[in-house]
Design a protein around this ligand. Sequence first.
Ligand SMILES: [Zn+2]
Length: 195
Amino acid sequence: MDPYLNFRPPSGLDIQYHRLLTARQMNSPHADARPDPEDISLLVIHSISLPRGCYGEPFIDDLFLGRLNTAAHPSFDRLEGLRVSAHLCLFRDGGITQYVPFDHRAWHAGLSSFDGRDQCNNFSIGIELEGCDDDPFTDIQYTLLGRIGHVLLQTYPGLALERIVGHGDIAPARKTDPGPTFEWPRALFEIEFPR
Ligand SMILES: [Zn+2]
């Protein structure tokens, strides 16, 4: 028997213990237990930039880790006391940070509803893309989203291509992200057929 039959070189995007290997791991305090850790059945795509339209800054990490200095920019006033997080952020340069393990509840969706169920945080994984409504996302973000989304669908059988939504889809009165520049057909194709 070929000893290498089942050998698979690590892609770096495998998941172990609900963490994405090779993602930079940082633990957000804005997270808690899921009501049902077995119920992971929705993938929510977001976009975020702080300040809006500015990239490569440390402020996304700071916000999700509960250490944002709201005096650093006038637009941060509205973020005072806000306790939010996401499972992952995919940065425009290809950096990946995980703030919350997938079997825990990240606080990304807020008041939300999908398919008749409220409180989407309970049963969803939230992925942020560094960006805003005005700018196209980068090629590497689509590639990473494809690979990671594919692995997530393999790992969590409650997920499916038709259970991938934007934040604006589950909170339409409050949110628009990931916004009009996000190419849904491209993203879904990359997730189904990752490169
Ligand atoms: Zn969002």
